[in-house]
Design a protein around this ligand. Structure first.
Ligand code: BEZ
Length: 304
């Protein structure tokens, strides 16, 4: 059985007609019918109900159809991923979630560029879901994100768990609590969360942490992005929860207070295509861990 047989079979099922499928595939109908017959002989089962109009699959045919579609889409993914890896004039395209740029991403990239001056680096801001799709389609080579999204075609490496902090206006009653705060103290506050796009995002991650402790913030306002949330806080409108690297965003009267609860962390992941063993991926990991060493950030380098 070859991929061609699967392609033919899928076209016949989707068009519900040999004639239309042959037109779509730009081949004559008799060879198409012969290929499907060969397939049925090889499998020793009937894939279509005989004499049905429009053409209907048997139960086995339906099962075969679903798996054939998956296999064809996997084949396409393999093709685009391999093409991408095989490009010799190397460009590395990196997808990243915006909040990482305020933390260590800019330092890691700066170091990486200095270490590999001949490498062309392109950056694309996108959420973690978009990164997974872009990796599979070969539009990016590496993704840096914060969500635990699994996909069989993608390897996700946890780089670290970044601690979360509360941002509050300097006049806020909590602003001077330098020793730290607990999530339970925040539930009645006006809480700005972000972003406002995507089903699973940093906002849902933060709400998930509250629920780990059986808590539910009562007064949430979702805004488009981190900078907006901080802007509202700096205007004295409420508080927001941010990764500690957001302290690099300097706005007047903005105080950052540590969150003491154990689970008040946001993971940082690096995602690559499964089996992408390009040397540059390893060099990028090296750059990440070199910056972690400089910052005395603990990590477990068991994968790369
Ligand atoms: C970090 O903050 O740990 C980080 C950010 C971007 C890329 C890699 C690591």
């Amino acid at each position: 059985m070859e991929l061609r047989h699967l392609r033919y079979f899928v076209a016949v099922v989707e068009e519900q007609s040999f004639t239309k499928a042959a037109e779509k595939l730009f081949i004559a109908q008799p060879p198409l019918s012969r290929q499907i017959q060969n397939l049925e002989q090889e499998l020793d089962i009937q894939l279509f109900e005989r004499g049905s109009r429009p053409l209907k699959t048997t139960e086995a045919g339906q099962f075969f159809y679903q798996h054939a579609v998956k296999l064809l889409s996997n084949a396409e993914e393999i093709k685009s991923m391999t093409k991408r890896i095989g490009i010799t004039d190397r460009t590395i395209t990196i997808g990243f979630v915006g909040s990482l740029l305020f933390g260590l991403l800019s330092r890691i990239l700066f170091l990486f560029k200095q270490q590999h001056p001949h490498l062309k680096i392109e950056m694309m801001e996108m959420n973690t879901h978009e990164q997974i799709q872009a990796l599979k389609e070969g539009r990016i080579d590496v993704g840096f994100g914060r969500l635990r999204i699994s996909d069989p075609a993608v390897k996700r490496v946890l780089l670290r768990e970044e601690r979360l902090m509360v941002a509050a206006h300097s006049s806020h009653s909590m602003a001077q609590r330098v020793e730290g705060l607990n999530l339970s103290e925040l539930v009645d506050q006006q809480l700005f969360l972000y972003p406002n796009s995507g089903k699973a995002n940093f906002a849902t991650q933060v709400c998930g942490i509250f629920s780990e402790y059986g808590l539910e913030p009562k007064n949430i306002r979702i805004v488009r992005e981190l900078q907006l949330a901080l802007g509202f806080v700096a205007a004295g409108e409420g508080i927001c929860i941010v990764p500690e690297s957001a302290q690099n965003i300097k706005l007047a009267h903005l105080n950052f207070i540590p969150l003491l609860d154990e689970f008040a962390v946001s993971p940082v992941f690096m995602a690559i295509r499964n089996m992408d063993e390009s040397e540059y991926i390893r060099y990028l990991f090296d750059a990440v861990y070199q910056v972690y060493d400089l910052e005395a950030i603990r990590y477990d380098r068991s994968v790369f």
